[in-house]
Ligand binder design. Sequence first.
Ligand SMILES: Cc1ncc(COP(=O)(O)O)c(C=O)c1O
Length: 426
Amino acid sequence: MKQHAGSNALPLIPIASAKGVWLHDFDGKRYLDGISSWWVNLFGHCNPRINAALRQQLEELEHVILAGFTHQPVVELSERLSQLTGGTLGHCFYASDGASATEIALKMSFHAWRNRGRTEKQEFLCLEGSYHGETVGALAVTDVALFKDAYAPLIRAAATVPTPDARNAKDGETAIDVARRAARGLERHLEQHHQRIAALIVEPLIQCAGGMAMYDPEYLRLARALCDRFEVHLICDEIAVGCGRTGTFFAHEQAATDDQSCKPDFLCLSKGISGGYLPLSIVLTTDAVYDAFYDDATSRGFLHSHSYTGNALACRAALATLAIFEEDDVLAANHSRASKLAASLAPLAEHRQVRHLRQRGMVIAFDVETSDADFSRRFYRAALDREALIRPIGTTVYLMPPYIINDEEITHLGNATAGALAEALR
Ligand SMILES: Cc1ncc(COP(=O)(O)O)c(C=O)c1O
């Protein structure tokens, strides 16, 4: 397939090896993986502990059909994940990629309502600027024109409701005000259409592919309450923001208050859950949803088969990843890492073309005011020249490095960002 022919073409960089945050090419050049290889890598490339766990797993079981059979890593992983949700999401469904997790959550929501006799609930809601994957079903709840428009005739698009993106604050408004305003938009929509709506799907706290749009947890609290009031499932897509990215293990945890938890009906995980090693996705759900399917009739069962469902190696990589979280107290260490990341980009807040420098946990982003349609490619190239892999989304520059990045590497990334910005704007 030929893409970006001609002068827009970017060099393809064959990678020979990788270690920690560094990617090494065949010409002896290195690049700091500032975006965790599309947000998947948590503990560095070729992590010795994950490697060792995989080596051992390889000697025992690489894969087995997960229909009628099961295995220890998948059982253990399901139990560990369920514990991490405080036991509220006690059922796990496995697939191999994020878009499939979205598809599964949508299908399961629709089918659970149908099994309960609520056959009119056939529609979904998503936020403006949302991204939940690029299969035909996932595109229905994705609101990014670049990925969606070409396939519009194939898609049964969900309705969109206002984004709580804090950048939309009007004069005098705080991020919480924007969240409340967006929630009022959701309420108005649900008042009119709730009978037909099966689920609302959201990316908690950061709409990543839509341009690292960050928002206040208040929105999740209000959305949860509205979903309860109008009998609509809440799907939290934590494919990108889960596994510690935003400062808590699950992003939606930040919406809990002393009096009230804020749990979704479906939680989608992928990307970082296997440490960035192997394709794996999981949809967790509640007893109530599970019970809606518990029946002898096959047609009432949830059918969604993938050949590599619950792959033993991928589950083992996930278990090794979760073990590192426990053994190293990663979330606490990430607090100080996040502060250093903030300090490394802080001088850019003064740059006359930089807007909305923002951060949540191990994600930091800013927007660049430029009319140059080629900005992101020019920045990407300039960053490569400075030994860094940073891929802006349009005019939004962001960093999302692995959690093992050290002080020196953070400085390297900060300098590469500032240098690439200056060159791309020259
Ligand atoms: C929030 C979110 N959902 C779903 C997906 C799709 O995941 P995958 O690329 O594994 O299909 C992504 C990928 O970036 C994502 O960020």
